[in-house]
Design a protein around this ligand. Structure first.
Ligand code: AMP
Length: 401
């Protein structure tokens, strides 16, 4: 089965076409600046040449039409006809309490995604545009895969905030987490790599990139995660503050005469690595700055690492131990220095890093702890699109059988 995976943002649409017989990617690409003048389309057939086009794409329906024409293009295409695509899988950020797993799109599912617009005002409306755009161009089953679904297994004591209960019952204020597809993929891949049943493992999964979160995975289920009602909670990130005293919000709003939108934007877009380094939200630039002796870059790096280590410690406490620590995403997969700094301060847990293994660069799952280490430390490259393609394939195959 060929599955088209779509990740729609408010002005962008990423896609990957999978052949599920061998889980290979046939082509991938991105439509940017939808609705603005001169949209940019980048299309890359596997093994072929990347093409970039500038054209006018005013909304997502036209974007998908463009994608389908590129996928079937005589020169740059990878399939003979759109009919070869048998299913579409969409990434949806927020599934709220409605979705603990991926779902086949029908009227009820669309209503629920719409009901969640309030909780994910930037993301869920964009996903809905992607679903509608696919619907109006193709007549195949569609599946939605939620960033929050994996964390629906969190117990009440982990997902509730200690605030008046009415805010939960009336407005669903609680912790939902995010990066669920990544944490699920990485923890399953870690168990396979170790050749051990996931049911027996206590895993701390660190997804650290521009967005960053840590999850405590016990017996294959998320029992706590660092992101909260929104992705702002938890670790320090590229431009997000992560945890802070909530009393800072009214205090700063008052002192600086900020509106709700302004303070929201400050915490989401102008904080984190960017705010502390004063240089960049990009860990590569922070690391370069630190190596050149820039004190602010060093402080930004130290804060990022320190907060990650605090979460690892707290999740070891939550699970009464840890068997495996995994690193993934841009920073986790690539930053030798961050992994080293985190691990050299986890010796109390029995973590022993192998410096040579830590230096190896590879796109494959790998162990970076020594043979004597009491905790397995692994680098597992994440692949959220593959999870979406697999879930879509499984659900649609189920329909056919
Ligand atoms: P992601 O959000 O998963 O795409 O990750 C993006 C982050 O990964 C950015 O902060 C990048 O600077 C960081 N990153 C990518 N490559 C490296 C590297 N070689 N060393 C350190 N950070 C990196």
């Amino acid at each position: 089965m060929k599955v088209l995976v779509i990740n729609a943002g408010s002005s962008s649409l990423k896609y990957q076409l999978y052949d599920m017989t061998d889980e290979s990617v046939l082509a991938k690409g991105l439509v940017e600046r939808i609705g603005m003048d001169s949209s940019i389309v980048t299309h890359k057939p596997t093994g072929g040449t990347e093409v970039t086009e500038v054209s006018e794409i005013l909304e997502h329906t036209t974007a998908i039409r463009k994608v389908l024409s590129l996928l079937t293009d005589p020169e740059h295409g990878v399939i003979g006809s759109v009919d070869e695509i048998e299913a579409v899988g969409h990434r949806v950020v927020h599934g709220g309490e409605y979705f603990g797993e991926s779902a086949l799109v029908d009227g009820d599912v669309k209503t629920k995604i719409r009901l969640l617009f309030d909780l994910a005002p930037l993301h869920n409306p964009a996903s809905m545009m992607g679903i509608k755009a696919a619907e109006s161009n193709m007549n195949v089953p569609q599946v939605v895969v939620f960033d929050t679904a994996f964390h629906q297994s969190m117990p009440e004591h982990a997902y509730l905030y200690a605030i008046p209960r009415v805010l939960y019952s009336k407005h669903k204020v609680r912790r939902y987490g995010a990066h669920g597809t990544s944490h699920e993929f990485v923890s399953k891949t870690a168990a396979e790599f170790l050749n051990r049943p996931i049911e027996d493992l206590k895993i701390i999964s660190c997804h650290v990139g521009n967005g960053a979160s840590v999850t405590a995975v016990k017996g294959g289920r998320s029992i706590d995660t660092s992101m909260g009602m929104t992705p702002l909670e938890g670790l320090m990130m590229g431009t997000r503050s992560g945890d802070l005293d909530p009393a800072i919000v009214p205090y700063v709003m008052n002192k600086e005469e900020l509106t709700v939108n302004e303070v929201n934007s400050m915490l989401n877009k102008h904080s984190g690595l960017l705010a502390i380094s004063g240089i960049s939200s990009d860990m590569r630039e922070i690391t370069d700055g630190m190596q050149k002796g820039d004190a602010n870059s060093k402080l930004a790096f130290d804060m990022y690492e320190y907060r990650l280590r605090k979460y690892i410690g707290s999740y070891a406490a939550v699970m009464n131990g840890v068997d495996v620590i995994t690193f993934t995403a841009g920073v986790g997969e690539n930053s030798v220095v961050l992994r080293k700094k985190v691990c050299e301060n986890l010796t109390y847990l029995g973590v022993e890093l192998d410096d040579e293994l830590n230096e190896i660069r590879s796109g494959e799952p790998r162990r970076i702890s020594t043979a004597n280490s009491k905790v397995e430390v692994l680098v597992i490259p994440t692949n959220e699109e593959l999870v979406i393609a697999r879930d879509t394939n499984r659900i649609v195959q189920g329909l056919m059988s």
